[in-house]
Design a protein around this ligand. Structure first.
Ligand code: 3PG
Ligand code: MG
Length: 418
């Protein structure tokens, strides 16, 4: 790795400012807050254990949600401190601020091996604004800087970009943590020259979200397997009827250009040949966002490339699953970003789950390297209970997408070169 990593630095007795991504899903039950998925906390444990063993004073900073500069109690990191302490097996102190006297005082009495978690950095507007003065105030308690917050590395915020600039200027080392190192290895270096065949599964709702990724992967992949609602914009581009499926008519030209590029480069570009369709029917019930809950009626397999006017396509069909599975089982490198259908609904989960099983099989029996690129695809693989049977699952959503697009992440750029 071209960037300094935690292995290259010496921390004994030093104050280490560690940026982590503890933006975890919370749920309130009977007035108590629960973390519903601690993956992001668990994934930082190797870095934190290393720091504790080396006798560092670890000062952890993170964001939770988007409080937009307000002290939003429901977005406090306090419950995270408790969860982290349980998992780390040591005390994790917590201060209800991230800058100022209270923080400085607490840090001044820390001993080597101690761990402290600061309150949500986004309680200050200056965090997202990457305000230089705020970065200075955060950096006051750090001699060195470690970034293990891959999921937030695409943000040029004070704690991800400003603080390492300040600390580096003072001559302090700024390095990637072990999680950051792994993420950059699998989503970056491994995909520079992937073992072939390199097969990419791309799904999700929108072509517009993925077009840059498609464009870049068309230069590297042997096959692209397309699913999710995104597939219908491609179908539209090919002149088919899409009924009530989610489509982006203004992205038809973009879809056509991708198809042409695939043809020109000799990349297999597979689109679903059948799907599971249903009639969407709004109900009186409202969801969390206040939108009517949609029920799906008359779900059935559709073997035509056209979708009836009253129906929407919601999953890939069995013939598509079979064709995609064959491709997957031939792969030496697999990258998956975006589910194949509305997997949160049992009726439309089979396509996504079947491919998840194929990816696990290719990994275990054929020795393929399988990389799951964050967000919904990780959720789907976990729901299929296959999380420990793939090579790597990213903790980043937007960050993994930007890295796959070939972008430089500001949180990585700010670290010292080796
Ligand atoms: C995430 O959950 O994707 C990261 O923590 C970044 O959060 P953000 O999208 O609110 O910047
Ligand atoms: Mg987000």
């Amino acid at each position: 790795m071209p960037k300094l990593t935690i292995r290259d630095a010496n921390f004994r007795g030093k104050r280490v400012f560690v940026r982590v991504d503890y933006n975890v899903p919370l749920e309130e039950k009977d007035g108590q807050i629960f973390i519903t998925d601690s993956t992001r906390i668990i994934e930082t444990l190797p870095t934190l254990r290393l720091l504790v063993e080396q006798g560092a004073k670890s000062i952890l900073a993170a964001h939770l949600g988007r409080p937009k500069g307000k002290r939003e109690p429901s977005m406090s990191l306090r419950p995270v401190a408790k969860d982290l302490a349980d998992r780390l097996g040591c005390t994790v102190a917590f201060v209800d601020d991230c800058i100022g006297e209270k923080v400085e005082k607490t840090v001044s009495i820390m001993k080597p091996g101690d761990v402290l978690l600061l309150e949500n950095v986004r309680y200050y507007d200056e965090e997202e604004a990457n305000d230089p003065g705020f970065a200075e105030r955060l950096a006051k308690v750090g001699d060195l800087y470690i970034n293990d917050a891959f999921g937030a590395a695409h943000r040029a915020h004070a704690s991800t970009e400003g603080v390492p600039r300040v600390i580096a200027k003072r001559g302090g080392q700024c390095a990637a943590g072990l999680l950051m190192e792994r993420e950059l290895k699998f989503l970056g270096e491994e995909l520079e020259n992937p073992a072939q065949p390199f097969v990419v599964l791309l799904g999700g709702a929108k072509v517009s979200d993925k077009i840059e990724v498609i464009d870049r992967l068309l230069e590297k992949a042997n096959s692209l397997l397309i699913g999710g609602a995104m597939a219908y914009t491609f179908r539209l581009a090919q002149g088919h009827k899409t009924g009530k499926s989610l489509v982006e008519p203004d992205k038809v030209e973009v879809a056509k250009a991708a198809l042409a590029k695939a043809k020109q480069r000799g990349v297999k570009f597979l689109l679903p040949t059948d799907d599971v369709i249903a009639v969407p029917t709004p109900t009186d019930k409202l969801d969390k966002k206040g939108k009517p809950v949609i029920e799906y009626q008359n779900a059935r397999v559709n073997s035509s490339l056209d979708c009836p006017d009253d129906a929407a396509g919601l999953d890939i069909g069995p013939a598509t699953v079979k064709a995609y599975t064959e491709e997957i089982l031939n792969a030496k490198t697999l990258l998956w970003n975006g589910p194949m259908g509305l997997f949160e609904n049992k009726q439309f989960a089979e396509g996504t789950f079947a491919l998840a099983r194929a990816v696990a099989e290719a990994t275990e029996k054929k020795g393929a390297t399988s990389i799951i690129g964050g967000g919904d695809s990780v959720k789907a693989v976990n729901q299929a209970k296959l999380g420990n049977r793939v090579t790597f699952m990213s903790t980043g959503g937007g960050a993994s997408l930007e890295l796959l697009e070939g972008k430089v992440l500001p949180g990585v750029a700010a670290l010292n070169d080796k």
